[in-house]
Design a protein around this ligand. Structure first.
Ligand code: ATP
Ligand code: MG
Length: 454
């Protein structure tokens, strides 16, 4: 079916009741209320829509007066949060039109026209409005056709729309990847040019966008491949672009391995997906010739941890995220061998620290799934069970868990200083080996025998 501008077709989408109630209230007060944006697009594409947003000709002050419970989310931009009966906060935004745009953000003014409001939206598939009371669809830019035909296209002239807001370049790649759409020739041509202006975007916006790529799409690799193909990758994360065509395993390059590992992690685990995506980032720096003329990558994990931290800091990720993700990358190969004794598992636990254990295993599983011909690691499940067995005894893994501390050393007449830590580390090493040694009298005896001398 070919729809032309303004065509009304009846379509029953299924928004939450609370959305219909909010629309009804606006309607009864003489206002228009349209569901717009992501949820309409998702629902029309046959996916559960989240974030049902409404657009209305009512001004924000009016919306605030009409509903009992509202939150001024961004009143100056026209957005009021209205608390639905289901306890969800729905965004109700006054129709807007762009007055001025800068490539990063726009100055908008309120409008009374749905058409104008749809015209400022980025892609045709995002510019479809649906009336929750009547089922009427307004689709002036052919978004439904594009959705059906599998095409991603800007509303209006692509080059101009990207120049207004370069984030749209990344949004285009994400929507194309997420919905499996082909980017139209015009839009792609303009996008390939606009990629070189991505440097005007703030690190935070890029990071948030990448988090959506990783957090919303099961096959994030489809989008990430488009990042590479469009050169957005080399603009934003050249360290990752450098892994393309670095041969690693059975004809697979470091980039492809990283993509496969990323897809093997559930989207809900965004940090772990970052670790999977960055886990081969140290290969280019570590690459050296081996004696037979092939390549080796000894120590790529350490380079990788450093580079991952560099990338994430540049994207202004939180310190906690930088620390966690880069540490996972650095530790990716540090798993105890299959035949390790319990003491080996305890030493490994002390080395990686308990908070990393689960994710390290998950990362290893993802790497194993990514591998075209997995060799080791077929026994990951058994090794995981081994960890659980060992942890059941709640072994002491840190200095704090020792039955003897600094005070005891002082009481023995030892002077505080680096020597203290040395002694305590020695004791921990022994306790990891033989947990039954962790008794005050035993440890005191060891200190007297080994460190003070008799
Ligand atoms: P998602 O929530 O999955 O990121 P979305 O399309 O819902 O996708 P939002 O950022 O929630 O994205 O924005 C809601 C709607 O606002 C979009 O569907 C689009 O119509 C419009 N919009 C959002 N960002 C832009 C932008 N940078 N330029 C133009 N229109 C935009
Ligand atoms: Mg949304």
């Amino acid at each position: 079916m070919r729809l032309s501008a303004g065509d009304a077709i009846d379509m029953r989408l299924e928004p939450p009741d609370a959305v219909v109630q909010i629309a009804r209230k606006l309607g009864e007060s003489g206002h228009e209320a349209w569901a717009v944006g992501g949820a309409v697009r998702d629902a029309l594409a046959g996916r559960a829509g989240e974030d049902w947003d409404l657009a209305t000709d009512a001004r924000p002050e009016r919306v605030r007066r009409l509903f009992r419970r509202t939150v001024p989310i961004g009143v100056e931009h026209g957005t009021v949060g209205v608390l639905g009966r289901d306890g969800v906060l729905y965004e109700v935004t006054t129709f807007r039109r762009d007055v001025e745009t800068f490539g990063r953000h726009a100055v908008v003014e309120f409008s009374t026209s749905l058409q104008e409001d749809l015209a400022r939206r980025d892609f045709t598939i995002n510019a479809i409005a649906w009336n929750p009371l009547t089922g009427e669809v307004r689709d002036p830019f052919g978004g439904l056709d594009d959705l059906r035909g599998g095409v991603l296209r800007t509303v209006g002239d692509a080059a101009a729309r990207f120049a207004e807001d370069y984030l749209r370049v990344l949004r285009a790649l994400r929507f194309a990847g997420h919905f499996g759409l082909a980017i139209s020739a015009d839009t792609w041509r303009a996008l390939r040019e606009a990629v070189y202006r991505l440097d005007v975007l703030s690190a935070e916006r890029v990071r948030d966008e990448l988090n959506k790529v990783l957090g919303k799409t099961a096959a994030a690799s489809t989008t990430l491949r488009l990042y590479a193909e469009s050169s957005a990758l080399s603009q934003l994360i050249p360290e990752l672009a450098a892994t393309i065509e670095i041969p690693v395993e059975d004809g697979l390059d470091a980039w492809t391995l990283a993509l496969r590992a990323t897809d093997a992690v559930a989207p809900a685990r965004v940090q772990l997906r970052w670790a999977a995506l960055l886990h081969t980032i140290g290969y280019p720096a570590a690459r050296t010739r081996d004696l037979r003329g092939g390549w080796r990558y000894t120590g790529h994990e350490r380079f990788g941890g450093d580079r991952a931290a560099q990338v994430l800091r540049r994207l202004r990720s939180s310190n906690a995220e930088v620390e966690r993700i880069s540490r996972l990358v650095g530790l990716q190969s540090d798993l105890f061998p299959p035949d390790a004794p319990d003491a080996g598992v305890r030493r490994w636990l002390a080395h990686v620290t308990p908070g990393y254990v689960h994710d390290l295993f998950r990362l290893r599983i993802a790497m194993w799934r990514a591998s075209p011909s997995p060799r080791g690691d077929a026994d990951l499940k058994e090794r995981w069970q081994h960890v659980r067995r060992v942890r059941r005894d709640r072994p002491v893994l840190t200095l704090e868990g020792l039955a003897l501390g600094g005070n005891d050393l002082r009481a023995l007449g030892l002077q505080p200083g680096p020597r203290f830590r040395e002694i305590l580390h020695d004791l921990l090493g022994r306790v990891l080996e033989q947990p039954e040694l962790n008794r005050r009298d035993e440890l005191l005896a060891i200190v007297q025998r080994e460190h003070i001398g008799s």
